[in-house]
Design a binder for this molecule. Sequence first.
Ligand code: DOR
Ligand code: ZN
Length: 354
Amino acid sequence: MKRITIRKGFDAHMHLRDGVMMSDVLPFTTNQFAGGVAMGNLPGNEVLDSFEKNLAYLEKIKALAPSFNAVVPLMVTRELLGRASYIVKTALKHGIKVFKFIPAGLTTNGAEGLTLYDLYTNPFTELLEELEENGIIFSCHFEVGTSRIHDDAPVQMLWQEQEAIRFLQYLLEVYPKLKIVVEHASSYAMIYFIEKLPEKYQVAATLTPHHAIVNYWDVCNPDGNIYEPLKYCKPVAKQEQDINVVKLAMCSGNPRFFAGTDSAPHLYGIKLSQKSAGIFSAPVAMQTYTEIFEQLGRMEYLENFTSVFGPQFYGFQPSDEKITLVKEQERVASSLYDIPVFRGGDVIPWSIIK
Ligand code: DOR
Ligand code: ZN
């Protein structure tokens, strides 16, 4: 039977939530990943935008999974801006290497009142200067909800990432040494833009399993309304051309692209009633990545994508622990702990040897 043994992965983007849900979902991540970046937009509008909150959250993860190499970014909010030099110094003192920015209104619990347009103005510019100078990673959700070129007209979901490329372009012009992670890149335009960047720029992108599989038209109607909330996430799934480019970038062996599942658990009831954005992919993430690499005939690049390029960008040694996947069919549970699971009910070709 076909099998592959590689270093355990690094999930450079995931949501572990808090409390009971954290203890429920964390084992699915630690089962396949030796470390990862746990995002700080928590349930109930809680955001990890202070050192106290950030460090306490890291402690909670460590208490549940002591050997997991967890990175918890500091979330950029209005609260945090305005004291850039102090904030960055203190962050460094506490070993915080990443600041995460989720613009308002674009997904679950974004930074209230701040959008990508704020990147152009003080106090954001001061923060960006400090991040650049101190080698701190700026992890960013690049989507824009309104277009100022068109009198603040709303941008359709399908194009919100593509429209945000100009903000990345601006960052590179003004802060050429800034380390940037474009989170969950999902559009061919964004991916091509990153691929074509000169080597001197320190820009990378996380790629999710779901953006390599789910099609926009399985989620939304032609009028843009969501008809399948279980497949809804942000950035919204794209079209066939984008899906192909995501897969090609994933399997390209280019160190700018690495695994970040954006596994984002939401309870069934909330997902259906509120159409909350997020796909819980942790239980099938490595299996899905492996399937895609096999499909494209690039198995030899899998380990770099899942387990080496991410840690390298973040400045860690890749894990020495191993994980083995075997080509043995498995039916995915539809839900776990009342959380709908990505590919739930499907039979998938790869499974993890426990
Ligand atoms: O679909 C998403 N869900 N995208 C994000 O960026 C955030 C996430 C969440 O927190 O649920
Ligand atoms: Zn996310």
